[in-house]
Design a protein. Structure first.
Length: 452
C-alpha cells in the first residue's frame, strides 16, 4: 500500500482529525497503483472502523470491522473482534456483541483476554444470564495478564448474589480484598459484602462489613445498601446476630486461597455494578470502551442529536415538535387542575400519601426501561455520571413488572422485575422522589432478596 498516504492518515488520527484520517485511510484502501501486502487490507479496514467510531457512525464502523475480519491474513483479528463487540454492545445488540467477545477469548494472539472476558460478562448480564456472566468474570479474574482483578471479582460477587448464593459472593469479595485498590473500591466491596451477609442472615458480620466500608468517612451507601445496613443494625440491637462467633474487621479483610469460585451451573439473572474504562493502545490494536461510547452518545443526545436513538418512523415526527407539545399541554393542565381539585376536596391528601401522581411511579418506571437516556425521568439531583451508571445498569427494552412499593410523603421505593428478551429476570430497586404532583427517578440498584 502507499506508505506515505498511510502515515498521513496515522498523523491525522493522532491529531484527532478523524474525518481527515478516514479520508486518507480510505484513499489508501482504494489505491490500486500499489499492491497491498497480506494483512494490509484488514489493517486499513481496522483503522477505518476506528475513525468511524470516533465520528459516531456505528453502522459504518460495524461494516468496516466486519470487512477487516474477512482478511484472514491480518494478525490483529482479536482486536477487531473486540472493537466490533463493543460497538454492538453500545447499540444494545448484546447477542452479536457476545459472539465477538467469545471469538476474542479463543484468539491465542490476543494479549489481554481479561478485557474480552469482562466485556463478555457485562453483555451476558444485560441478557440476564448471571451464571454464564459469572464464568466470564471468573476467567477475567484468573487471567495472569489482568493487572487489577478486583472489578472482575466484584462483578462475580454480584452474579452470585443474583443466583441467591450469598456465601459464594462473600468468598469472591474476600478474594478481591487481597489486592491493592483505591479506597473507594475497597469500601464498595465491604458494602457489597455487608449485603451478602444480610442475605445469608449473618447480621453481626454484616454490620462489621458495613462499618468497614464507612471507616474512612468518605463512602456513602446507595439506597439498597442503606436498607440492609439499617436492617442489620436493628437485628443486632435486638440480639438477632444470626451467627455463633463474631469476627473482627481484620478477619473480614482476610482471604483463603481455598475459595472455590467455580460451579456456576445455575441459570440466573443480574446486572453489573459497572464497567471499567479501558485505555486505548496503539493504532493497530485500539481498544474501545463501552462506557465511553455510552457517554459520548449521551452527550450527543443532550446536544440535540437523534442519530443513535431514533428509528426511521420517528424521522417524520421531527418536523412537528411544537404541534405535539400543544396537543398535550392542555390535557396536562386539565389533569393537574383536576388533581388539585381532588386534593382540596380532601380525598387527594390520601392519594398523595399513597404514592399517586402524574406521571405515576409506573409511568416513570416504564419510561426509564424504555429509554434510560431520557432525561425527563430523572430527578434534578441526579448528575450526568449517575445517569450514565443507571443507563449501564438498566436492562433496556425489558418488560417491567412492579412487585411492590414503599411510599413516604416525598419519597418512594419501587421494587420491580425486568424480563429480558431472552427470558431472564432482573430484580431492581428504584428510588423515587416527588416532583410537583408526579415522580422522578433518583437512583436504581439491584434488589437482592434480603431487601424485598
Amino acid at each position: 500500500m502507499n506508505n506515505e498516504t498511510f502515515q498521513q492518515a496515522r498523523s491525522a488520527y493522532v491529531s484527532k482529525q478523524f474525518d481527515v484520517a478516514l479520508a486518507k485511510f480510505t484513499e489508501c484502501l482504494e489505491d490500486t497503483s500499489v499492491e497491498k501486502a497480506p494483512g494490509e487490507v484488514g489493517l486499513l479496514y481496522h483503522q477505518i472502523g476506528n475513525c468511524l467510531v470516533k465520528l459516531k457512525d456505528p453502522n459504518e464502523a460495524i461494516h468496516a470491522y466486519s470487512q477487516a475480519l474477512v482478511d484472514t491474513s491480518y494478525d490483529a483479528s482479536g482486536s477487531v473482534s473486540y472493537n466490533l463487540g463493543m460497538v454492538y454492545a453500545s447499540q444494545g445488540d448484546f447477542e452479536d456483541a457476545i459472539t465477538n467477545f467469545k471469538a476474542v477469548t479463543e484468539d491465542s494472539r490476543y494479549a489481554t483476554p481479561y478485557k474480552a472476558y469482562v466485556a463478555l460478562g457485562n453483555s451476558l448480564l444485560k441478557l440476564g444470564k448471571s451464571a454464564e456472566a459469572g464464568a466470564a468474570f471468573r476467567a477475567a479474574a484468573l487471567d495472569e495478564s489482568n493487572p487489577d482483578p478486583t472489578k472482575a471479582l466484584l462483578n462475580l460477587g454480584v452474579c452470585f448474589m443474583a443466583l441467591d448464593r450469598p456465601m459464594d459472593a462473600i468468598a469472591s469479595y474476600e478474594s478481591a480484598l487481597q489486592f491493592d485498590m483505591k479506597p473507594e473500591t475497597r469500601n464498595k466491596i465491604f458494602a457489597n459484602m455487608g449485603q451478602a451477609y444480610v442475605a445469608d442472615g449473618k447480621m453481626e458480620k454484616a454490620v462489621r462489613a458495613f462499618e468497614s466500608a464507612l471507616a474512612d468517612k468518605t463512602y456513602v451507601f446507595n439506597d439498597a445498601a442503606n436498607v440492609d445496613y439499617q436492617r442489620a443494625v436493628a437485628a443486632v440491637a435486638a440480639g438477632n446476630t444470626g451467627e455463633v462467633e463474631a469476627v473482627t474487621p481484620e478477619e473480614l479483610a482476610s482471604t483463603s486461597t481455598h475459595n472455590d469460585l467455580s460451579g456456576l451451573d445455575v441459570q440466573g439473572d443480574g446486572v453489573p455494578i459497572g464497567s471499567s474504562r479501558l485505555d486505548p493502545s496503539e493504532m493497530g490494536t485500539m481498544q474501545l470502551s463501552e462506557t465511553s461510547i455510552m457517554r459520548e452518545i449521551a452527550a450527543a443526545e443532550q446536544a440535540g442529536s437523534q442519530y443513535f436513538q431514533e428509528a426511521e418512523q420517528d424521522f417524520q415526527d421531527w418536523g412537528q415538535p411544537l404541534k405535539k407539545k400543544r396537543r398535550h399541554r392542555g390535557l396536562k393542565a386539565f389533569l393537574i387542575i383536576l388533581i388539585l381539585i381532588i386534593i382540596v376536596a380532601g380525598g387527594g391528601a390520601f392519594a398523595y400519601t399513597q404514592g399517586y401522581g402524574m406521571p405515576s411511579q409506573q409511568d416513570q418506571v416504564n419510561a426509564l426501561f424504555a429509554d434510560p437516556q431520557n432525561a425527563d425521568v430523572y430527578a434534578a439531583s441526579v448528575d450526568e455520571s449517575e445517569k450514565a451508571r443507571i443507563a449501564d445498569t438498566v436492562a433496556q427494552g425489558g418488560q417491567v413488572t412492579i412487585n411492590g412499593t414503599t411510599n413516604n410523603l416525598g419519597t418512594a421505593e419501587v421494587y420491580a422485575t425486568a424480563t429480558t428478551s431472552q427470558g431472564g429476570e432482573v430484580p431492581y430497586q428504584i428510588s423515587m422522589v416527588r416532583d410537583g404532583l408526579g415522580w422522578k427517578v433518583s437512583s436504581v440498584s439491584l434488589s437482592f432478596t434480603s431487601q424485598s
